[in-house]
Design a protein around this ligand. Sequence first.
Ligand code: HEM
Length: 224
Amino acid sequence: MNSYLTSTLFRKTLAALSGLFLVIFLFGHLAGNLQLIMLSGDAAQKQFNEYALFMTTNPAVKILSLLTYTSIILHTLLTLFLAFQSKSARPINYAVSSGSENSRWASRNMPLLGTIVLVFIVIHMKSFWYEMHWGDIGNDLWGNRDIYTVTIVAFRELWYTAFYVLSMVGLGFHLCHGISSAFQTIGIKTKKYLGPIEKFATMVSIIVPIAFASIPIILYLRSL
Ligand code: HEM
């Protein structure tokens, strides 16, 4: 048991499970953020700020948030460790033979893609999450912390909008290989499910980043 807890298989399984949990987080986060573009003006401000208040104060959501932060840290540390471990054990990379061309490219560049996503998350959390919890952001007309205006103002900047769009390209490639690799690690990617899993990974890695990127793009265009 003790040796299993320190084994590469255990680390890989934890990295896969934390990664898959973060994919679920992405779906929820996307649904919440789409409110920014579904409505506009006062109605959007009221609804988004009420939603953000709920997301930062509801006890059940707080537990999910703690799981999210833990997953980000765990996933980063474990995947970095596994990458260094396999680099030193196997200086010449395997020729990866399964998956699409994009997935093969992504699989060779996971440390770089993961770093792009991590840098994005750190800058993103400073801009919004930190401001929502501890920033001096002021309240809206209904007395709620006005994270809506912080978001709208952030995406008036072309460079900040472009940074989000480029980061979403990195996220897409990271998801493309990451999802199918995680299913393989936890043993679900058998011959029978190989096709559906590859399709699912490809769809998620295209739809989720495009939907996320549409938010800053639309907010930027509305601000012109
Ligand atoms: C592009 C559109 C996005 C917008 C407009 C957006 C907006 C926000 C806002 C306003 C918050 C703070 C509100 C709160 O703490 O509940 C937040 C938190 C957060 N965002 Fe985003 N986000 C976007 C994309 C992303 C992406 C792509 C990721 C991950 C790759 C991400 C990761 C996070 C995390 C981890 C938090 C903290 C969540 C928590 O405290 O539970 N966001 N985001």
